[in-house]
Design a protein around this ligand. Structure first.
Ligand SMILES: Nc1ncnc2c1ncn2[C@@H]1O[C@H](COP(=O)(O)OP(=O)(O)OP(=O)(O)O)[C@@H](O)[C@H]1O
Length: 260
């Protein structure tokens, strides 16, 4: 079996007849890790997740889940292969209960015992979800609603969860809680591919960071090394420099360093 739960290899992708957004992008997500994609607006971060979850078919390259090539398959097949996508923005149904929202994630699961087991799992992973189970989701705070979205995505027992800007619209304290939940997912054995505007916070959470620019991975490596890189700090992380170390990507660390 592959060392990676998700591999996006040399992906070229775009929308309709418009120019390519992804131009030879490679990202690999090892088991038991959080990989985050950071980069400027419009770099193609959300597009990477759409290719991974089958919402957008790549023009070339391959998508491999746990060693199986699933390139070109649609979202439902991708879900079945073990990829769950938590989209950008808020997707809870406010007029439905927390339970109803979470159970929507289990609509493809036929085995009732499995559903009950997953229900218990998500309630233990996200205690607030269990505590507010019977309440209307619209009564929860933004951060709590995000946890409902996470819980819903885990009902299919995914191998990899794709998270698109989970901190969007949240205050710093709530953002910290949401990132804590991302770590809890990772610690529970679920690999995470995370896209974030809040690059510094995301790298503080992630194991591996990838900086996207011009449709490909410009640099990648262990997240702490990227955080400590003053040049990257100035370019992508709001300019707060720390230690003068330069990140070195190695293949074993999922890293793909590409120039140009
Ligand atoms: N549905 C779409 N149709 C056409 N073009 C799109 C579509 N979605 C995104 N794009 C274009 O693809 C490019 C990359 O967009 P994408 O949303 O992937 O970037 P991003 O890095 O996630 O940006 P941001 O950080 O602002 O969310 C942009 O130029 C955008 O205009």
């Amino acid at each position: 079996m592959s060392d990676y739960l998700l591999e996006l290899n040399d992906i070229e992708a775009g929308y309709g007849r418009a120019a390519l957004v992804l131009r030879g992008l490679t990202v690999k997500v090892p088991a038991g890790s959080v990989v985050c994609l950071v980069g400027p607006n419009g770099a193609g971060k959300s597009t990477v997740l759409k290719v991974a979850s089958g919402l957008l078919t790549p023009r070339s390259g391959s998508v491999v889940v746990d060693g199986v090539d699933v390139t070109g398959q649609g979202p439902q097949a991708m879900l079945a292969s073990g990829l769950a996508h938590v989209l950008q923005g808020h997707s809870v149904f406010r007029e439905m209960t927390v339970e109803e929202n979470v159970m929507l994630g289990a609509f493809t699961v036929r085995d009732k015992a499995k559903v009950a087991e997953r229900m218990e799992f998500v309630q233990s992973l996200f205690p607030i979800v269990g505590e507010r189970w019977k309440q209307l989701a619209g009564l929860l705070s933004g951060g709590q609603q995000k946890q409902v979205e996470f819980a819903r995505s885990l009902m299919v027992s995914p191998k990899v969860v794709l998270l698109d800007e989970p901190s969007m619209g949240l205050d710093p304290k709530t953002t910290a809680t949401v990132f804590d939940q991302v770590v809890r997912m990772r610690n529970a054995g679920i690999a995470v591919l995370l896209v974030e505007q809040n690059a510094r916070r995301a790298l503080e959470t992630a194991d591996v960071g990838c900086v996207l620019d011009l449709g490909r991975v410009h640099i990648s490596g262990p997240a702490p090394e990227l955080l400590a890189d003053p040049q990257l700090g100035a370019l992508y992380l709001g300019g707060r420099p720390s230690e003068p170390a330069h990140a070195q990507a190695t293949p074993a660390e999922t890293a793909t360093r590409e120039n140009g």
